[in-house]
Write a protein that binds this ligand. Structure first.
Ligand SMILES: [Fe+2]
Ligand SMILES: [Fe+2]
Length: 413
């Protein structure tokens, strides 16, 4: 495997790539999925599932690194920071979740690596690509598995690839326009048996992702992506993200905003609303709800801080200084984040004073809520074996998420 060859294939040979996805994964029917589900060794404990999963993630990352992947490029909202937090959230969730070990193993590996394709292809080109970032991630793993089983059976590998393809959770067929005006419809991946029972391993993968698409880290990593105009997804359609428009401190319902694109506040509020009454959260249960609600409440407090912005407890210039440091060294690897943060700072300076004031309060709230997230996590995963958090080529995942640096000294109450 050579990463540059894989990258070129994903960028230039989409039809071939899509055919591989269609043949090996997208075409799997209920019979095939249930056969995979049943092909799991019995007598596996939850602890063994987590250990097998953490070893598999380590083996995959090691293999990718040897193939030339440096994990220091790609979209700043889906880079190292997201991967490391997803990994920690996965271990955190599955060490608490009372679930079938098979589902835990798949959810952990697929949950940690679901966005790995974003290191090779642009994240926000979904509307024009048949092999979107989810499928690209699955194909990268398919290539890894063709050389190394990473301690997994072929059925487990296929379930991981399938769960990764399904993680984006589109609710309706996506229409892709490509070539000379041709169209292709991609139906959503199957995620529920005919009797209504979920394929839990597919949902667990999404659950892991959802823990970083809510709360302070999501607000921060989303902010890192908005400097460049692009298309994002508002749950029904793709919408244009332009920095100044997106930063307007508006919180409207879908009806109220009509054709006007979603703002950052509305985007945060949308993710915060994925509870058990939404199509994305309809299977949420028990231990996940506790973690999800923690993140949801943090998102809500961030939104409220922007809406009701008063005087910040520290001078606004200090908040911005801490915020730049937080984005550059806490949320993402500096190699990915620093140039982006520089550009965002200039864009922020050009916003109207009332917008800057509202969002300065929001930035401070995001950093405060990060401290809250970390403090709660410490209680929950502080006692787990430290070896579970060691990622080859990334180092100690717990050291990465630990609040550190200039921002902490400025913000610490
Ligand atoms: Fe994703
Ligand atoms: Fe993700």
């Amino acid at each position: 495997m050579n990463i540059e060859t894989t990258r070129m294939r994903l960028l230039r040979r989409q039809s071939d790539c899509w055919e591989r996805i269609e043949k090996n994964l997208h075409s799997l029917n209920h019979g095939s999925l249930i056969a995979l589900d049943n092909d799991f060794p019995c007598g596996f404990s939850r602890q063994e599932a987590i250990e097998t999963g953490t070893c598999a993630v380590a083996a995959i990352m090691d293999r990718l690194s040897r193939a030339g992947m440096f994990f220091n490029e790609g979209d700043p909202g889906h880079g190292r920071g997201h991967l490391i937090r997803d990994y920690v959230e996965a271990v955190w969730l599955f060490s608490a979740l009372d679930a079938r070990p098979a589902d835990i193993l798949i959810g952990l590996v697929a949950g940690a690596l679901h966005d790995i394709g974003c290191f090779l292809i642009p994240r926000y080109a979904e509307e024009k690509r048949s092999v979107r970032h989810a499928e690209a991630s699955a194909l990268i793993l398919e290539e890894v598995f063709s050389e190394c089983n990473c301690g997994l059976t072929r059925s487990e590998q296929m379930m991981i690839e399938y769960a990764i393809c399904a993680h984006t959770h589109y609710l309706k067929p996506a229409e892709i326009k490509f070539g000379n005006g041709r169209k292709r419809f991609i139906a959503p991946y199957l995620d529920t048996r005919l009797n209504g029972e979920p394929y839990w391993w597919v949902w667990y993968t999404r659950w892991v992702d959802r823990l970083d698409t809510n709360g302070p880290s999501f607000a921060a990593r989303h902010y890192l992506t908005i400097g460049k105009p692009h298309l994002d997804f508002d749950g029904e359609d793709h919408f244009a993200v332009g920095y100044a428009q997106h930063m307007r401190p508006l919180l409207r319902s879908r009806e109220e905003r009509g054709n006007d694109p979603q703002t950052m506040l509305e985007h945060l509020a949308m993710f915060a609303a994925t509870d058990e009454n939404s199509p994305y959260g309809k299977h949420d249960r028990r231990e996940f709800i506790t973690l999800r609600d923690g993140q949801r409440n943090r998102s809500k407090r961030i939104v409220e801080a922007v809406e009701n912005a008063g005087m910040t407890r520290i001078p606004e210039a200090d908040v911005l200084c801490a915020w730049n440091d937080f984005l550059s060294f806490q949320i993402e690897h500096p190699e990915i984040a620093v140039p982006v943060v520089k550009q965002l700072f200039e864009q922020f300076s050009n916003l109207p004073p009332d917008v800057r004031h509202a969002w300065t309060a929001g930035f401070l709230a995001i950093m405060d809520e990060y401290l809250d997230w970390y403090r709660v996590g410490q209680k929950d995963f502080g006692h787990l074996p430290h070896a579970w958090f060691n990622l080859p080529h990334f180092g100690d995942a717990l050291a990465f998420i630990q609040p550190h640096g200039l921002w902490l000294d400025i913000v610490r109450p």
